[in-house]
Design a protein around this ligand. Structure first.
Ligand SMILES: Cc1ncc(COP(=O)(O)O)c(C=O)c1O
Length: 436
């Protein structure tokens, strides 16, 4: 074990031994090397004469660059585009994102949480969670409808074991009882458990209401108090896209942070969906822990380990998109423009809800409740999702996702409001063709 990893482990153990036990063997070995990066950070402060440390090139006191690239970046300084970003991301962006998180979830105001660490968007955040906390055989508890990439990241890559519980209760809400039962079963004997929650959800387009948020956090806090070690991962990729009044509009981090020493929360969020910059790859990973020890010391050590995982894989996330997202967050027009796009998506969701009220559709499918995000799902009656998917493509030029068994997922986020009626008419036709 590298002495720097040992130091970080001691720092965590001293202040929260449960968090140390949650780390995977790789997580325990991780550290952030005092190599080129820290020497060059020191040089940035003190090397007033010549700074010959880091592997970029300088010219006239700024990052060397090609005019044909810089000319496309009006208003961006070369130093904010071309050099490497720090392993944990641009500091100003991290601080601005934290401000945004607190503004959106006021219950975070009086909580001690880590500083968001920039990731190569949420997929990378999930991979980092896998690096830090998942070892072969570890259980990951998920509802039975989830984003398929979790399998690749946590099962194929990390050899975790996904165990599911029913997503919906009989009344059409989130099945809190099934969730509670899943937690009880999977933590029997005080075992470590990784719990992954994704609201607003992909694929269902369902987000929890306030009562469900209270119940879910109650179950988790209670299980931790009873002795289970829980790593609760909050995938909040679609944060902010809420289309019903009684929805819980904060991050669950506010309810779960600082609640119990055995409860470690990892919030994953980002600009991907919220700011409509899917290809920029700007996301964040934020820790929330509990316990009486020095929480700042634990955050610091977890941050260094996360930086080590980043340094040892992608080295750092791209700089230019971080600068663009930071500038967007600083723009006085940001919230207004974002609200306009959110309203457009809400209009589409409401149109879908209205169109689906047509009683004739009852013979073709059952609609799963949805109220948020980009998607909605339907269970087809008597037709396989994959059969319909192919038929719609071949016959009507309509693409949707077969989501396993009879389920299909429709991304209404991609369909203009005036086309919603036609889309569902064609899906209906497709189902009826196959039934006859
Ligand atoms: C639930 C969920 N989490 C994470 C992601 C990945 O987001 P990113 O593009 O930020 O990696 C997606 C993207 O489809 C998603 O649906």
């Amino acid at each position: 074990m590298n002495p720097l990893a040992e130091q970080l482990n001691d720092q965590i153990k001293k202040n929260n031994p449960h968090v140390f036990e949650m780390l995977s063997p790789f997580g325990k070995r991780l550290f952030f090397p005092k190599g080129i990066l820290s020497q060059s950070a020191e040089a940035k402060e003190k090397a007033h004469r010549f700074n010959a440390t880091i592997g970029i090139a300088l010219e006239n006191g700024e990052a060397m660059h090609l005019a044909c690239i810089q000319d496309m970046l009006k208003g961006i300084r070369p130093d904010d585009a071309f050099p490497y970003a720090p392993a944990a991301g641009k500091l100003a962006l991290r601080e601005k994102w934290k401000e945004k998180q607190i503004a959106e979830s006021p219950s975070l105001e009086d909580k001690t949480i880590g500083r968001p660490i920039a990731t190569n968007a949420l997929t990378h955040g999930l991979t980092l969670v896998g690096d830090l906390f998942v070892e072969p055989g570890d259980t990951i508890l998920l509802p039975d409808k989830f984003w398929g990439n979790y399998r690749l990241i946590l099962e194929v890559r990390k050899q975790g074991r996904i165990v599911t519980y029913p997503f919906y209760s009989a009344s059409g809400g989130f099945d809190v009882q099934a969730f509670e039962k899943g937690i009880e079963e999977q933590t029997a004997g005080g075992k470590k458990l990784i719990v992954l929650l994704n609201f607003p959800n992909n694929p269902t387009g369902y987000s929890i209401n306030k009562a469900e948020a209270d119940a879910i956090s109650g179950v988790l806090i209670e299980a931790a108090r009873k002795g289970a070690r829980l790593v609760v991962v909050l995938d909040e990729a679609y944060y902010g896209l809420f289309y019903a009044d009684d929805l819980f509009r904060e991050s669950l981090l506010g309810k779960l942070a600082n609640q119990d020493e055995r409860l470690l929360v990892v919030k994953l969020d980002g600009a991907t969906k919220e700011e409509f910059v899917w290809g920029f790859r700007v996301g964040f990973l934020t820790f929330g822990i509990g316990g009486a020890g020095d929480q700042q010391a634990v955050y610091e050590a977890l941050e260094k380990k996360t930086m080590g995982a980043i340094r040892g894989s992608i080295s750092n996330s791209p700089h230019l998109p971080q600068t663009l997202v930071l500038k967007a967050l600083e723009s006085p027009d940001f919230r207004k423009q974002q609200a306009e796009k959110f309203a457009l998506l809400e209009g589409r969701a409401r149109k879908v809800m209205q169109v689906l009220e047509n009683p004739k559709y009852e013979e073709a499918w059952t609609v799963y409740p949805f109220n948020a995000g980009y998607f909605m799902c339907m269970a087809l009656k008597g037709v396989e999702g994959e059969t319909l998917r192919k038929h719609l493509l071949d016959t009507y030029g309509v693409g949707l996702i077969a989501a396993g068994g009879n389920d299909v997922r429709v991304a209404f986020s991609c369909i203009e409001e005036e086309n919603v009626v036609e889309l569902f008419e064609l899906i209906y036709k497709g189902v009826m063709d196959l039934k006859s």
